[in-house]
Write a protein that binds this ligand. Structure first.
Ligand SMILES: *Cc1c(COP(=O)(O)O)cnc(C)c1O
Length: 477
């Protein structure tokens, strides 16, 4: 753009005039319209925001980009303060189709857990207090009996997450010794959690046996020495080895461990306390099956298929769990009252498996029938069409949701979604990115995924359609 020289001169004159008229920080603080902001957020905070805003406006005026008015300033100040005080952690609508999305907080907690957590946060409680005797108690006891009841374990303990559960189990049972594991199970689950590194961090010497695709019972038997501290099996939750394969099953390994007099631990990753096939979902291994097969310690996640808070659950025999509880690292990895409250309420739902598919959001979303999701897509179609027209066209498509969190990577759930496609082929990629960004910038961000030249909103996890519609109203793509 070219500007006639004269108008530049004229503009810069007007600009310096306006710059001179800009109020001082103290003046702004004295405006009656600013009083409510000071009352609400404090003088110190308001002053900082005013200073930033004045600096911004000065820059914008110098660049010839804005006009100044007092009313406009107050409006921008309110917006600046709103932006500064907005919490960093915020609600989003996860329409990615990945139900247990690690970057979006994984499992949504059941209402009963939310209420129990609120109680535990508001009130003094018996976190480590034995109400019966009036003496100091053990925080694990809040959920231990329930975990034992549900899994058939003799004892149980809880730590920060399943990564911590694995680390602690190896440290307590295999620290300073050799831990034998199959080469086919040297899992990396992302976020720098790799089995060989975990073994090293836990102070154990990893002994790999077998090959990538086949490991036999004799591989374990031949590797056992007086230095062996632990046999370990890891559920390959986020990948599958297919074809000419062989793994040693749990009962066979349990027998080998027993003969050798060493404990045997299994990391199930997600694990599930109920057989998911009854809900039409692919089956994940159950901790109760591992324990029944003779495994001494089973570890699994609290916020994967279990549908609870982030936690690592360790269940098993008395002796092994006792050793784990006594390890100094346990104190560093223990969970808070908030987590224990959420976990207790979540586990309690498993006492009524027939109600689970309704009460547990994770299971409710995973087992949501495709027809039900499609119905929702049809209902929402006109509103979405209106919101993104004329630049985008919207159609209903069949999609595949994922369980997520590394669970069952090859099993996909048939679902339905809305595909938002740029009408013009030219610049379609840019348009899609802009739309995706506009959706992310909404007060409650709507997160979809871009695939096949469209922005796809998988509606499996959309339960609050009123919220979705109200967000659309604020959209200006
Ligand atoms: C997910 C997973 C873990 C880690 O669990 P977090 O609860 O995320 O810490 C460990 N092992 C396996 C096999 C997993 O799938």
């Amino acid at each position: 753009m070219t500007t006639p020289r004269e108008s530049v001169v004229h503009g810069s004159k007007a600009m310096s005039e306006t710059l001179r008229q800009l109020p001082s920080v103290d003046k702004v603080l004295a405006w009656p319209e600013v009083a409510p902001l000071i009352a609400r957020h404090g003088r110190h905070f308001a002053t900082a925001a005013i200073r930033t805003l004045l600096a911004n406006i000065r820059n914008e005026l110098s660049a010839g980009q804005c006009e100044y008015s007092q009313a406009g300033f107050v409006e921008r100040l309110a917006a600046e303060i709103a932006a500064r005080t907005a919490p960093n952690l915020k609600r989003m609508l996860n329409l990615t189709g990945t139900v247990l999305h690690t970057n979006m907080g994984r499992a949504l907690l059941p209402e009963s857990a939310v209420e129990h957590v609120a109680m535990a946060m508001r009130s003094a409680n018996n976190l480590e207090f034995d109400v019966e005797s009036g003496e100091r108690g053990d925080r694990d006891s809040l959920v231990e009996a329930l975990l034992c009841e549900l899994t058939g374990a003799e004892a149980a303990t809880v730590v920060n997450n399943n990564a911590a559960a694995v680390l602690l189990t190896i440290a307590a049972l295999g620290g300073g010794k050799e831990v034998i594991v199959s080469r086919g199970e040297l899992v990396e689950i992302g976020g720098a959690f790799r089995m060989p590194d975990v073994m090293a961090s836990a102070g154990a010497r990893m002994v790999e046996v077998g090959t990538t695709n086949r490991t036999h019972a004799r591989d374990f038997e031949n590797a056992i020495t007086p230095a062996t501290g632990l046999l370990m099996k890891v559920h390959t939750s986020n990948y599958a080895i297919q074809g000419f394969t062989k793994a040693v099953d749990e009962s066979e390994l349990a027998a080998i461990a027993k003969r050798a007099g060493v404990p045997f631990a299994v990391d199930l990753g997600s694990g599930s306390l109920v057989d998911l096939s009854q809900f039409g979902l692919p089956r994940e291994p159950l901790p109760q099956d591992s324990l029944a097969a003779g495994v001494d310690v089973v570890t699994f996640s609290g916020d994967k298929l279990l549908g609870g808070p982030q936690a690592g659950l360790i269940v098993g025999g008395k002796t092994a769990i006792q050793r784990i509880k006594k390890h100094p690292m346990k104190r560093a990895l223990r969970v808070s009252k908030i987590v224990l409250a959420a976990l207790e309420a979540t586990l309690a739902l498993y006492r009524h498996p027939d109600r689970l598919a309704l009460a547990l959001p994770t299971l409710r979303l995973l087992s949501r029938p495709e027809a039900n999701i499609r119905e929702l897509a049809e209902k929402l179609l006109p509103a979405v069409q209106a919101a993104v027209a004329p630049k985008f066209s919207v159609s209903i498509i069949g999609v595949k949701s994922q369980i997520g969190s590394g669970s069952l990577p090859i099993d996909l759930l048939p679902s339905a979604g809305l595909a938002l496609k740029p009408v013009q082929e030219k610049g379609a990629g840019t348009a899609l990115n802009a739309l995706s960004r506009a959706l992310r910038k909404l007060p409650v961000p709507i997160i979809g995924r871009i695939a096949d030249g469209a922005l796809i909103l998988d509606l499996r996890c959309l339960e609050d359609e009123a919220e979705f519609l109200s967000q659309l109203k604020a959209l200006s793509p």
